[in-house]
Design a protein around this ligand. Sequence first.
Ligand code: DSN
Length: 414
Amino acid sequence: MNFLQKEDSEIYNSMKKELARQQTTLQMIPSENYASSAVLEACGSILNNKYSEGYPKKRYYQGNEFIDEVEITALERAKKLFGAEHVNVQPLSGSPANQAVFFSFLSPGDKFMGLDLSCGGHLTHGNPYNFSGKLFKAVSYGVNKDTELLDYNEIRILALKEKPKLIISGFTAYPRLVDFKKFQEIAEEVGAIHLADISHIAGLVVAGVHYSPFPFTDIVTTTTHKTLRGPRSAIIMCKEKYAKEIDRAVFPGLQGGPHEHIIAAKAVCFKEALTSDFKVYAQQIVKNAKALAETLMESDIKLVTNGTDNHLILIDLRPQGIGLGKPAAMALEEAGICTNCNTVPYDPSPPFKPSGVRIGTPALTTRGMKETEMKQIGEWIAKVLKNMNDTSVKQKIREEIRQLCAQFPIYKEI
Ligand code: DSN
């Protein structure tokens, strides 16, 4: 960062401190990861300088010969990686990608179904403060109150009653496998479009450690920076018959010039995700999450659904009387463990004061940590949660975490 250091010491210094934070603490927010240096180079590249409204070979601006090469490479790699019929790599991030899908198939006021936020749904799946809940009529489904699992029979009954135009599957805080085939069958039965939002689990899907929504799902959206470990962005994939609607909804419907530096970074990420090393990585994410979940449960920490099948774990703080999610996440941060507070199913507290903490293993797995480290980290998390106001406990763990992080360096070369 030589140029930045010379030209803007304020931003340079903030970035240096953030780098140290990422290196010396445990990044356990399940939607975060460490992108490779190659991905970061593409993000910070001269492709930033180019406007390219339109699609490859059909641009409104001149000078896009090499931009087309980049975007076509990204498209081809994404198709191969996911087995998708059609891909749009231009969405700026996950929410705009989902927005484009709504605008492709729904008119304002139309009804759709998505998972309730408290049960693990995303803002764009029908939250009343989000465009999805404001412009459209959201009918939320939940999870079973006892098992905290999706109940496909209940979802089907609700869909038959409500007859939505769109059904969304895929979540931000559901620690179990999702049966996309069942969602597609329900959607077909009621004549709805099925949108699978696989943002959290895309890396697991391409590695074959989570069910894939391909080839049967109508539309699939995913961000590219979570388990997929690419740049902060998103893509939309669909059956060929929906290609025109989706492309038109992204441009000119919703966006202007695409961010081709980020599209280049997505292409790099797809190449990385096509390797056998990535499969091993994704398998390890799940092994690590299971090992961590076991240690937490052995330490009497209650987990939503009593475990995990994917990369994330949701701690329910209520049974232990630990308190609310925000102070718990703050105590963990003081000890060097970065998580986020989160709602638990049917949370009696409001979303800005939720009763849970969400943790995940994608970033730690990128650092090379395995089951042994997860066991240690699980013990630390339990200890902090049971001694939230004890500064000496948090300081001791903070120091031990600093030592652990030094054994698993990240971004040595920056
Ligand atoms: N903010 C993301 C997450 O943390 O799950 C979803 O968009």
